[in-house]
Design a protein around this ligand. Structure first.
Ligand SMILES: C[S@@+](CC[C@H](N)C(=O)[O-])C[C@H]1O[C@@H](n2cnc3c(N)ncnc32)[C@H](O)[C@@H]1O
Length: 303
C-alpha cells in the first residue's frame, strides 16, 4: 500500500466528526461564510470543493449563492461513493482524481480547499512517497503551489479560492517553552520521539522546559493533544501529516503572483487555545502561544 492509500484507509468516523461537525468544523464554516459574504460579489456560477471529504455545508453554499453547479473532487473513491447518494440533483458533479493530475474542465467561480492542502504537502512532498522518510519541505510547497495555480487558471475574474488550514507563525527563531503538567509533558516527549513526518530539533533544559524552533512549536501544538487525550486512532492518522506548510506572507506572495488579492482571518477555536494556555507557557522567543488556523479568501482580479 502506498502512503496515500494507507492514509486514506486510516481515516475513521471520529476523524471526520471533528473536521465537519466538531469545534473545528463550526469554526471554519462561520469564518468562510463571513469572508465570502463580506468580500465576494457572487451570484450564480460554478463551485468546486477540492478534497471534499464529507464536507456538508457545500450545498448550503450553492443555495446561498444561487450557484448553477457544484463539483465534488476527491482522490479517495470511498469519499465520493458516500456523497453520491446524498447529493443528487441537477448541477451536482463528482470527480475522483488527484488534484495534481485532474484535468479540470471548464471555468469556476468559487473553489474550496478546506483542510486538504496540508495533505498535498505531506504526501506529494515525500520523496518516493515513503512513510519512513520525512516530508521534503520544498517539494511539498511546490506541490501546493501547483495545485493552487492549476485551479486559479480555471477561475473567472472576480471569482475566489477559499483555503482553510493551519498556518505557520511569521517568527522563525528559537523559543523556550515551559510545559505545565505531566500529561502534556509526556505527550510532548512521545510526539518528539514518534513523528516520522519531520525531525524536530529540540533540547530539554530540564524536565519541564524545552527550546525548539518557533515554527516547529506550531506543528507540535497541532499534534500533541491527540496523544495527550489518548486518541491513538487519530494520532495514527496525524503522525503521517504536517498541517502547517506556509506563513501568511507566503500565501500573500503566491496569490499576488496569481493576480489575486486576499482577505483572511487567523485565529484558534477557543477550546484549543484554552487547552494550550493550560499546558504551556512561552518563556522566551515570542510574546505568547501562536494562533493556528487560517481562513483565507483569494479573489482573482485578473487572468
Ligand atoms: C482532511 S480531509 C478534509 C475534508 C474536507 N475538505 C473538510 O474540510 O472537512 C482532506 C481530504 O482531501 C482529500 N485529498 C487529499 N489529497 C488529495 C489530492 N491530492 N487530491 C484530491 N483529494 C485529496 C482526502 O482524501 C480527504 O478527503
Amino acid at each position: 500500500m502506498n502512503i496515500s492509500d494507507r492514509h486514506k484507509a486510516s481515516k475513521n468516523s471520529a476523524y471526520w466528526n471533528d473536521l465537519v461537525h466538531g469545534t473545528t468544523g463550526r469554526y471554519k464554516e462561520a469564518w468562510i461564510k463571513k469572508l465570502v459574504s463580506e468580500h465576494l460579489a457572487l451570484r450564480g456560477g460554478a463551485l468546486m470543493d477540492v478534497g471534499c471529504g464529507s464536507c456538508d455545508f457545500m450545498l448550503d453554499f450553492r443555495d446561498r449563492l444561487h450557484a448553477e453547479s457544484v463539483t465534488f473532487l476527491d482522490y479517495d473513491p470511498k469519499v465520493i461513493e458516500k456523497l453520491r447518494p446524498r447529493y443528487t440533483g441537477p448541477g451536482v458533479y463528482f470527480q475522483v482524481a488527484d488534484i495534481l493530475q485532474a484535468g479540470l474542465n471548464g471555468r469556476f467561480d468559487l473553489v474550496f480547499f478546506l483542510d486538504m492542502l496540508h495533505e498535498v504537502y505531506s504526501f506529494h512532498g515525500r520523496p518516493n512517497r515513503n512513510l519512513a522518510e520525512p516530508v521534503d519541505h520544498e517539494r511539498g510547497l511546490a506541490a501546493v503551489r501547483t495545485a493552487v495555480t492549476n485551479v486559479a487558471a480555471t477561475l473567472n475574474p472576480g471569482g475566489g479560492i477559499v483555503i482553510t488550514d493551519n498556518v505557520l507563525c511569521e517568527e522563525d527563531h528559537p523559543v523556550t517553552v515551559k510545559i505545565l503538567a505531566p500529561r502534556p509533558r509526556d505527550a510532548v516527549r512521545h510526539f518528539l520521539a514518534d513523528f516520522p513526518t519531520k525531525v524536530i530539533p529540540h533540547r530539554f533544559l530540564d524536565d519541564w522546559t524545552l527550546t525548539l524552533d518557533s515554527r516547529d512549536f506550531c506543528i507540535l501544538l497541532t499534534q500533541y493533544n491527540k496523544i495527550k487525550n489518548g486518541d491513538i486512532d487519530r494520532w495514527n492518522v496525524e503522525r503521517l501529516e504536517i498541517h502547517q506548510y506556509w506563513t501568511l506572507e507566503q500565501f500573500r506572495t503566491m496569490f499576488r503572483d496569481l493576480g489575486c488579492r486576499i482577505c483572511y482571518e487567523i485565529g484558534t477555536p477557543s477550546p484549543s487555545y484554552s487547552e494550550w494556555m493550560a499546558d504551556f507557557q512561552v518563556l522566551e522567543g515570542m510574546p505568547n502561544i501562536p494562533h493556528k488556523r487560517i481562513t483565507l479568501l483569494a479573489i482573482k482580479e485578473r487572468d
